[in-house]
Ligand binder design. Structure first.
Ligand code: DLL
Length: 433
């Protein structure tokens, strides 16, 4: 039987959802106009005023916000309330430019944690569960968000944070953790370490995992499910919109329901900014309609995915987004061809490898080069050159048919690629150096 944290809203009819959205959007636009001069100026430049926004159909009249705006307005320029009403900040790791610093009122934290609670209940979590949160705690939103959600559900929460992998496994076993929250790459690493410690999936009581914060393929889901003996669910979010829980997977495991009572989603053409119909792939744009301290309006996420409104078997009515394929800024353009790391991952896992790989892009004689280093698994490890060459060639042709590009593949020894405890770094683009 499907459980819900807030059934009334999670399963509300379309009319009910739209009525909530219209009301909240009107109020939020007024709030931003009155309190965020930076965005008001953008609205004025576009010739829009709060009176022009009556319903969600008017959303497209509003200007976009992008990472560049966040940088320009750093740190307080997009704040929607006096600083004294804020109780927390969270921040991104800032690998691409300046950090994003997001602010929260107590109510903003409450709604964020509610979103995470919905995600935990959707994977079967109740107050009888033990939820181990192995996302990083601190400035990163993963740990704090799921910790709060776990409290709301009433799970016994184990705040291990990331790292110290053997201790993670000890806690899972000794304290009978049933739900694990971490990045998918760390989940895979935990599985690998467990195996090395001589443990089988049956030796641990875990039943579900809530994995997100980075793109991961369907093949990687299958792999993790097998090594940990659990069901693996996706969760999505970003610091600008609070953190994890903007959307989450249900029992159908076929895309993530967006919490539409808090976030309006649109898909746009990343080149032209034009809004695209449901079912079309494009860049995801969000408007936060009730978060007050950091009210993001039409924020361009750069994540590429599709929205679907097909009826879901779980009974939830909120729109679903497909697994993000990657970010427009992660997308590599190699010899003119668009390549997402997730496509490479799909090919590797289809050929029996695990998600331990590195993509190295360079330029030689004015031509882009694509090198993929892939770890052999223990089972396939060999120093037989003939066999290695055969395997490499298989991958070269698999990648060729996926990407339409010739890549160089190098098989490397097991455990030679550094493992990640948080978001994995898969790409080294030497062209940028
Ligand atoms: O990664 C929030 C989060 C924490 C989500 C824990 C899920 C679990 P940021 O560090 O601001 O926030 O990074 C946000 O990560 O724009 C996506 O590109 C990527 N991302 C997040 N979740 C997923 C996912 C957190 N499930 C950026 N699949 C986003 C693919 C994801 N990419």
């Amino acid at each position: 039987m499907e459980n819900y944290y807030q059934k009334e809203i999670e399963c509300a009819s379309r009319d009910e959802i739209v009525a909530i959205q219209n009301k909240k959007l009107r109020e939020q636009v007024r709030h931003v106009w009155d309190n965020v001069p930076y965005y008001r100026k953008k609205m004025e430049e576009k010739g829009v005023s709060p009176d022009d926004i009556e319903s969600i159909d008017d959303l497209k009249k509003l200007p976009f916000l992008s990472k560049a705006d966040l940088r320009e307005a750093y740190p307080y320029g997009l704040l929607g309330v006096p600083l004294k009403d804020c109780v927390r900040i969270q921040s991104t790791s800032g690998t691409t430019g300046k950090r994003v610093v997001a602010f929260y009122t107590l109510d903003d934290i409450d709604l964020w944690e509610e979103c995470c609670a919905r995600a935990i209940v959707a994977v079967g979590g109740t107050n009888e569960d033990v939820c181990q949160v192995s996302y990083g705690y601190g400035l990163f939103t993963g740990g704090p968000g799921l910790n709060g959600g776990s409290h709301k559900v009433g799970c016994l929460t184990i705040p291990t944070s990331s790292g110290n992998t053997e201790r993670q496994i000890m806690f899972i076993k000794d304290l009978s953790a049933t739900i694990l929250c971490c990045t998918p790459s760390y989940a895979a690493y935990l599985g690998e370490t467990m195996k090395e410690m001589g443990m089988e999936p049956e030796d641990i009581p875990l039943k579900a995992g809530i994995f997100g914060a980075e793109a991961w393929s369907e093949e990687m889901r299958q792999d993790i499910q097998k090594t940990l003996g659990i069901k693996a669910y996706d969760i999505y979010g970003l610091t600008e919109l609070s953190g994890p829980g903007v959307s989450f997977e249900c029992s159908a495991q076929s895309g993530m329901h967006i919490n539409e009572d808090h976030f309006l989603a649109e898909i746009i053409d990343p080149e032209t900014g034009e809004v695209l119909p449901d079912g079309t792939e494009g860049e995801l744009v969000f408007t936060a309609i009730d978060k007050k301290a950091f009210p993001m309006m039409r924020y361009r996420t750069r994540d590429i995915c599709t929205l679907t409104r097909e009826k879901c078997s779980c009974g939830r009515t909120h729109v679903k987004m497909t697994k993000p394929k990657g970010r427009t800024d992660d997308m590599l353009i190699i010899r003119g061809v668009n390549v997402f790391p997730s496509q490479i991952e799909t090919v590797l896992l289809e050929h029996g490898y695990q998600a331990n790989y590195q993509i190295i892009v360079g330029r030689e004689n004015n031509t882009d080069t694509l090198d993929v280093h892939v770890e052999m698994t223990q089972e396939m490890f060999t120093d037989n050159v003939g066999e290695i060459t055969l395997r490499q060639n298989e991958l070269v042709s698999g990648l060729k048919s996926m990407l339409g590009l010739k890549a160089k593949v190098t098989l490397v020894a097991p455990k030679s690629i550094t493992r990640s405890e948080g978001k994995a770094v898969r790409v080294i683009d030497n062209r940028k150096i």
